[in-house]
Design a protein around this ligand. Structure first.
Ligand SMILES: *[C@@H]1O[C@H](CO)[C@@H](O)[C@H](O)[C@H]1NC(C)=O
Length: 458
């Protein structure tokens, strides 16, 4: 009896699961050739995938959640996925160059998603980009509300003007990165916002606001691109890549928060103070931040950086700068940063020929190391098996019977050499192959990033 009940419960469970999962799947539409003609009336968020790609498989469950949540929140955005290998013509028309590629399609415009592939990040992107690129704020309450919600936001203040038209243009392109608002002058709280002239474009961040100045700051789009981050951030590999796109140098405190919390606090506060108290001297050229742990920096500089310490990275040419002596005070840190700026600090690394050669060797080594670390058995098998086979073959050759003793000795001598050479070759070959494996994945990612970088306006 109990068993029958158990079976029933199980059946029930299975049925609910099937229902639930089909309910989740229902919010993601499988797109085909007809998509091109049918899409124009709606805003679409599309995952262009390849059936064989690992990153696509990882994205799939997240994608279903994105579909379900956008639906449940009443968003007008429709979510779809398209096998880009089955509909290659359409994929190339949309500028898909890597897998997975996530795009938001809004009429004639196509926006690439290049952020972390998590549900919340993707949904935030969809909501931001699907809405109007400039959101107008009707009241002071709304102004205060958005100010609380966003760490960085851009605002146009004033009536109709050529600057506003420019602002709308820039916003429709850069909405992939950040938020753009507009408001009339009278909703700004006077005690908070002081403007020397109207109309103005202002960025609110770091607990303050900064006004765009056409003569000093150049093109509006490039100013927005440079100002779209808080001046001080916690930095990881992904943010570092994004920060690099501003063309600024990145000054980083490398710390170990878990093992030396007090020292970390001290170092962090030094660099934080430079970013706020000396903003005017450095904000045009630097982004500031800290990184917990030195793994990422080590692979950037192909060496070992001390923890805690300071480092300045030039991500556009892969150069880096280290202080010549440990930094204890604010003054020393400022001297170091000034030195980087005026060219007196010693630059290391770079993207020259030898550095790139070193990079290949370094990557090969770390790939092999990581195979050994993650699965020693597999690594032994990978490297050991070919070596074993070759040793056996050599053994076979060496012990082959021969009438002529002298020749045997000679041949033995030779084969010993050959043997060594072969082993080296195998080592090289394996390293190259592993490198390829590693690179394939990277290339995949890179391609995506590249295609994301040149945001395509269809
Ligand atoms: C950083 O790299 C870019 C591109 O090579 C270069 O133009 C710039 O001068 C570099 N900055 C410093 C401080 O070396």
């Amino acid at each position: 009896m109990a068993e029958v009940k158990g079976m029933k419960a199980l059946q029930c469970g299975v049925i609910t699961m099937v229902l639930l999962s089909s309910a989740v799947f229902a919010f993601v539409e499988d797109l085909d050739d007809t998509f091109k003609d049918n899409r124009m009336d709606d805003v679409w968020l599309v995952d262009f995938y390849a059936p064989w790609c690992g990153y696509c498989k990882k994205l799939e469950p997240i994608w279903y959640e994105v579909g379900a949540e956008l639906k449940n929140s009443g968003s007008p955005v429709r979510v779809g996925k398209m096998d880009a290998t089955a509909y290659t013509g359409m994929a190339s028309e949309f500028g898909v160059r890597g897998y997975p590629t996530i795009k938001l399609l809004k009429g004639e415009l196509a926006y690439n998603y290049k952020g972390p592939r998590t549900k919340d990040d993707i949904i935030e992107f969809a909501n931001r980009v699907a809405g109007p690129s400039v959101r107008s704020l009707p009241s002071r309450q709304m102004f205060e509300h958005v100010l609380k919600r966003h760490n960085v936001l851009f605002m146009y203040i004033g009536g109709e003007s050529p600057l506003k038209e420019k602002y709308i243009d820039v916003a429709s392109e850069l909405i992939v990165y950040t938020y753009f608002f507009s408001a009339s002058e009278d909703i700004m709280p006077e005690q908070y916002v002081t403007l020397s002239e109207l109309p103005s474009v202002v960025v609110f961040k770091d607990g303050s606001h900064f006004t765009y100045d056409e003569y000093e700051d150049g093109r509006l789009a490039s100013w927005v691109n440079r100002e779209r981050f808080q001046s001080y951030l916690q930095i990881d590999g992904f943010t570092l890549y994004e920060l690099g796109e501003t063309g600024k140098l990145v000054a980083i405190a490398v710390i170990d928060e878990k093992n030396s919390p007090e020292e970390s606090l001290r170092i962090k506060s030094l660099i934080q103070r430079v970013s706020t108290e000396h903003r005017d001297s450095f904000y045009r050229d630097f982004q500031f931040g800290h990184m917990d742990g030195n793994d990422y920096i080590n692979s950037f500089i192909m060496g070992d950086v001390a923890v805690p310490s300071f480092i300045v990275l030039n991500t556009s040419n892969e150069q880096y700068f280290l202080p010549s002596a440990p930094i204890e005070s604010l003054e020393q840190l400022i001297t170091f940063i000034r030195g980087v700026l005026d060219g007196t600090a010693q630059a290391y690394g770079g993207d020259g020929f030898f550095q790139r050669l070193k990079r290949v060797a370094y990557d090969a080594r770390s790939t092999i190391m990581s195979v050994f670390r993650s699965s020693p058995v597999l690594a032994c098998f990978l490297f050991g098996l070919p070596l074993g086979v070759i040793s056996l073959m050599c053994y076979g050759i060496c012990t082959a019977e021969s009438d002529d003793e002298a020749e045997l000795i000679k041949r033995e001598g030779q084969t010993d050499e050959d043997d060594e050479e072969d082993e080296l070759d195998v080592g090289r070959h394996m390293a190259a192959e592993l490198k390829d494996l590693g690179e394939d994945n990277e290339a995949e990612e890179e391609q995506v990033e590249k295609s994301a970088a040149d945001k395509k306006l269809d």
